[in-house]
Write a protein that binds this ligand. Structure first.
Ligand SMILES: Nc1ncnc2c1ncn2[C@@H]1O[C@H](COP(=O)(O)OP(=O)(O)OP(=O)(O)O)[C@@H](O)[C@H]1O
Length: 747
C-alpha cells in the first residue's frame, strides 16, 4: 500500500469528540517527547482513540460545527485540539518524506510504490499520531537558522523578473505593506531584512499575481510565499466553509515530502501565530483518521503531501471550492513524472477554482526548462522570478570531491567524520540498505548516527530528525528523502557518499548546509565508474560557483569527451572561501604547513608579487590578459623568483603547453598544465609524454596560470610526495577559484 494512502475497512472506531471547540487551547498537552511506542498505542492522552485509527469508517467521523466567521488578527490559535495530550513541546520542523523508488531513492524519478517491486515484505501498517505542535512562543519562533556572515551578500545577487507589469520590489519588511501583526511575527522570528526572493515575491503575491520563483537553497523561499498569503488571508478575510462533511481551505500548500510538509506547517503556524488563521497538516505515514479530524474542524491553510491530500479530496473531506492560493513548494519536483499525475488530478478536480481566479505559486531552487514550460499551463499571466542562476548551487557551500572507488568510501567517510570532531554531518546515500548499514556501522564505531529513509516508520523518521536536530546524534545518514527543503540548524557538512543521478538533486542535497548566509561544506565521493554521467553537469555547477563563465557547449562537450577517454578522470574543485581573498587563503595554507614543520616550504615565501594573482570573476578577463603578457613566449624559459629564490621555472612550449618545474627542497617536481581545449593531436602528445615521465603530475585545467602553481605546490607538499605520481587529491587545498582535473593516470 502506498504510504500516503489509507483504507476504510469498516473497522469500528470510537472517537470522543473534543470537549471544547472554543478558546483554541488543547488540554492535557504535555511537554517533551513521549516515547514513540506510546505514540502509536492510541492511548497516549486523555482523548480516547480506541480503534485502528487508520481504518475508520466515514460514518464514524464525528460531526463538528464550526461557525464561519470573519476573522481578525486576534483570537485563539488552534481551535481546541482536545482528545489527545501527553505529547507536544517537541518541535519537529524538519524532515523528508519519500515516494518510494524501489530501493533507489534518487530524487526525480517515477512514482513507484515502496516495497512493490523490491520484493521486500510490505511495511508494517503504522498508526502514528504525531505529537501536538507546541504553543510555546520560544519553541515556535526559535526554530529558524540565524543569518550567517554572508547574509548581506545576498543583496549582490542578480535578480531577474520576467512577465508583464512587474510590481517593484520592497526594501524592507516595514515597507512591505504587512499588517502590524504579521510584521511582529516576522520580527519575533529574528528576520531583520528580507532576502532577495522575499523582496520580489512579497509584492508580486500581494498584487494578486501568479508566480514561479527560483532562488538558491536556504534563501527564505518559505517565508516568501507564507507571509503574503497570511497577510492577505487576514486583511481580506473570507468565510471559512466547514460542514459536517468537508472543509474548504483557502490556501493549500503541497510539498513532496512528509517532513518538509511538517516543516512548512510549523512555519505557517509561526507567521500566523496568535491570529485566527488555522493551519492543518496532512501527510502520509500518520494516522489519516486523526488528521482528517483536524481538517474537518476547519482550516484556512492546509499543508499536505499530494497522496494524503488526494485521499482527503477523493473522500470528499476537502474540496477546493474556496481556494484562493495553491502553492507547490519544490515546484519542479511536484511537476516531474513522479508527482505530475497527482498534481494534474488536483488541478483538474471538479471543485478546483479555475486558473486565473485563484493564485498559483511555485517555488524551488531548481527549475529545469522543460518543467518551467509544463508549469506554465497551471499558471495565469504569471511572473517568473529568478534570483541568481536558475538551478545554481548555493554559493556559500564549499564543494569538494574525492575520487574513490566504492570499496574506499567507508573508510574515507570515517576519516571525514572523525576530522569533523562532532560537527553535524548529513550523509546522503543511494539506497535504504546502505543507509541502514552505514548508520549501524558508524554507530558501532562510536559516531552517534541515525538514519532516515522510506522504509523506516514515520515515527522513526521523525525521531531520527529530532535526534539529529537536537544533536543527540550528530550524523544522519539519509536517502533522497532528506534532500529537499529541510532546514536544520548547524549542519556543517553534507557528504554525498553516493552522488545522486541528477544535478538538481545534487544542488538540493548540498543546500542542506550553508543556509541564510552561513558557510557550509559539501564533500562528494566521485566514483567514475558510476558517476561519470554527472560530470558534465557538475562541471557546469562548479563553474558557476567559482564565477568562471560557463564554457560553450562545445568546450564542455570536449571536456566530457576527455572524461570518457579515461574513467580515472574526475572533476575536482579547489574552492575559495573568499573568492576575493585567494591570496590570503593561500598564505594561510602555506603558513599552516610551515607550522607543521614542512621544511621544504622554507624557501617558499608568499608575497604579493604580481605573479600571484587573485582570480575573481570580475578579473577573469584581465587575468587572462595578464597571463599571456607574463608567460614566456613559446620556446623560452622564464624563471620565477620569490623572495629572491628561484622556486620554479615556467616553460610555455611550442604546442601551447605550460610547464612548471618547481624546485622545492632537494626535489624538483614537474607539473604540466594543459589547456582543456586539446585537439586530438595534443592529446596523443600528452599520452606519449606521460608514458615517458611517470614521475610527473599532470593537471588539466582551462586556465593555466602561474598562481595556480602555488596551489599545486601546496597540494603536493601536503601529500608529502609519497603519493606521486598518483594525483593528488587534497580537499584541504581550499583556496582557488579553479576547477582542475586529475588524475590523468591511465590517460
Ligand atoms: N529574511 C530572513 N532573515 C533571516 N532569516 C531568514 C529570513 N528568511 C528566511 N530565514 C531563515 O532562513 C532559513 C531558510 O529558509 P527556507 O527554509 O525558507 O529556505 P528555502 O529557500 O525554502 O530553502 P530550500 O530551497 O532548501 O527549501 C530558515 O531557517 C528561515 O527561518
Amino acid at each position: 500500500m502506498e504510504d500516503d494512502q489509507w483504507v476504510d475497512d469498516g473497522s469500528p472506531v470510537v472517537f470522543q469528540a473534543p470537549t471544547s471547540l472554543d478558546g483554541g487551547r488543547s488540554f492535557g498537552r504535555g511537554r517533551g517527547f513521549i516515547p514513540l511506542e506510546k505514540a502509536v498505542s492510541n492511548n497516549n492522552g486523555p482523548g480516547n482513540f480506541s480503534a485502528a485509527d487508520d481504518d475508520w469508517k466515514d460514518s464514524d467521523v464525528p460531526s463538528f460545527s464550526v461557525n464561519s466567521r470573519r476573522d481578525n488578527d486576534f483570537g485563539g490559535e488552534g481551535r481546541g485540539r482536545g482528545g489527545r495530550g501527553g505529547r507536544g513541546g517537541f518541535s519537529r520542523d524538519e524532515g523528508g518524506g519519500y515516494r518510494g523508488q524501489n530501493n533507489n531513492e534518487n530524487g526525480r524519478g517515477f512514482k513507484t510504490r515502496e516495497n512493490e517491486s523490491t520484493g521486500d515484505p510490505p511495511k508494517p501498517q503504522e498508526r502514528y499520531i504525531p505529537p501536538e505542535p507546541s504553543n510555546d512562543e520560544a519553541t515556535i519562533f526559535g526554530g529558524g537558522i540565524s543569518c550567517g556572515i554572508n547574509f548581506d551578500k545576498y543583496d549582490n545577487i542578480q535578480v531577474k523578473v520576467s512577465g508583464e507589469n512587474v510590481p517593484p520590489p520592497i526594501d524592507s519588511f516595514e515597507t512591505a505593506g504587512l499588517r502590524p501583526f504579521v510584521l511582529s511575527n516576522v520580527k519575533k522570528s529574528g528576520y531583520t531584512k528580507p532576502t532577495p526572493v522575499q523582496k520580489h515575491a512579497l509584492p508580486v503575491i500581494m498584487a494578486g499575481r501568479d508566480l514561479m520563483a527560483c532562488a538558491q537553497t536556504g534563501s527564505g523561499k518559505t517565508a516568501a510565499f507564507l507571509l503574503p498569503i497570511i497577510n492577505t488571508l487576514l486583511s481580506d478575510p473570507k468565510d471559512l466553509v466547514v460542514t459536517q462533511q468537508h472543509c474548504e481551505p483557502h490556501a493549500v500548500i503541497i510539498s513532496p515530502t512528509r517532513e518538509l510538509t511538517l516543516q512548512i506547517f510549523h512555519e505557517a503556524r509561526k507567521f500566523s501565530h496568535g491570529s485566527i488563521i488555522k493551519t492543518v497538516v496532512a501527510y502520509g505515514g500518520t494516522s489519516a483518521y486523526h488528521q482528517a479530524l483536524d481538517v474537518m474542524k476547519g482550516c484556512h491553510i492546509l499543508v499536505a503531501t499530494p497522496g494524503r491530500l488526494l485521499d482527503f479530496v477523493n473522500r470528499g473531506r476537502i474540496t477546493f471550492s474556496s481556494l484562493r492560493f495553491l502553492i507547490l513548494d519544490e515546484g519542479d519536483r511536484m511537476l516531474d513524472m513522479g508527482f505530475l499525475p497527482d498534481i494534474e488530478q488536483i488541478m483538474g478536480h471538479p471543485t478546483m477554482v479555475p486558473n486565473g481566479e485563484r493564485q498559483t505559486l511555485m517555488f524551488s531552487a531548481t527549475f529545469p526548462e522543460d518543467v518551467q514550460r509544463l508549469a506554465g499551463k497551471f499558471l495565469h499571466n504569471y511572473l517568473f522570478l529568478a534570483v541568481g542562476i536558475v538551478g545554481g548551487a548555493c554559493s556559500d557551500v564549499e564543494q569538494r570531491f574525492h575520487l574513490v572507488t566504492k570499496f574506499e568510501k567507508r573508510s574515507k567517510l570515517m576519516d571525514l567524520i572523525s576530522q569533523g570532531g562532532g560537527e553535524k554531518t548529513l550523509v546522503f546515500v543511494e539506497t535504504k540498505r546502505t543507509a541502514d548499514f552505514l548508520a549501524t556501522y558508524l554507530s558501532e564505531h562510536e559516531f552517534p548516527t541515525t538514519s532516515i529513509h522510506g522504509d523506516r516508520l514515520q515515527r522513526e523518521r521523525e525521531l531520527a530528525l529530532c535526534d539529529f536536530k537536537m544533536g543527540r546524534m550528530y550524523v544522519l545518514v539519509a536517502t533522497a528523502v532528506a534532500a529537499r527543503g529541510l532546514d536544520i540548524k548547524n549542519v556543517s557538512h553534507v557528504v554525498n557518499y553516493d552522488l545522486p543521478k541528477s544535478i538538481d538533486e545534487y544542488v538540493h542535497r548540498i543546500g542542506r548546509t550553508g543556509r541564510v548566509g552561513n558557510r557550509g561544506k559539501a564533500t562528494s565521493f566521485y566514483d567514475p565508474e558510476f558517476d561519470a554521467p554527472l560530470a558534465k553537469q557538475l562541471l557546469k555547477i562548479l563553474q558557476q560557483e567559482v564565477g568562471v563563465s560557463v564554457g560553450s557547449d562545445e568546450e564542455i562537450l570536449h571536456e566530457l569527451e576527455l572524461t570518457k577517454v579515461s574513467t580515472r578522470w574526475v572533476p575536482w574543485l579547489l574552492m575559495t572561501e573568499h573568492r576575493e581573498g585567494c591570496l590570503v587563503a593561500i598564505t594561510q595554507f602555506l603558513q599552516q604547513y610551515k607550522r607543521e614543520g614542512a621544511k621544504f616550504l622554507d624557501p617558499f615565501v608568499i608575497s604579493d608579487e604580481t605573479w600571484v594573482q587573485c582570480f575573481t570573476p570580475e578579473s577573469k578577463r584581465a587575468s587572462k590578459q595578464w597571463k599571456y603578457a607574463h608567460s614566456p613566449p613559446p620556446g623560452k624559459v622564464k624563471t620565477i623568483f620569490s623572495a629572491g629564490m628561484i622556486i620554479a621555472t615556467v616553460f610555455w612550449d611550442s604546442k601551447g603547453v605550460l610547464h612548471l618545474d618547481f624546485l622545492a627542497g632537494q626535489k624538483t617536481i614537474n607539473v604540466h598544465y594543459y589547456s582543456t581545449l586539446l585537439n586530438e593531436k595534443m592529446k596523443l602528445a600528452i599520452r606519449s609524454e606521460q608514458r615517458k615521465r611517470q614521475d610527473s603530475v599532470y593537471f588539466l585545467q582551462d586556465n593555466a596560470c602561474p598562481h595556480t602553481a602555488i596551489l599545486t605546490m601546496a597540494a603536493l607538499l601536503k601529500l608529502k610526495w609519497d603519493v606521486l605520481p598518483h594525483l593528488v587529491y587534497s580537499p584541504d587545498v581550499a583556496p582557488s577559484d579553479y576547477h582542475l582535473f586529475g588524475p590523468m593516470k591511465g590517460f
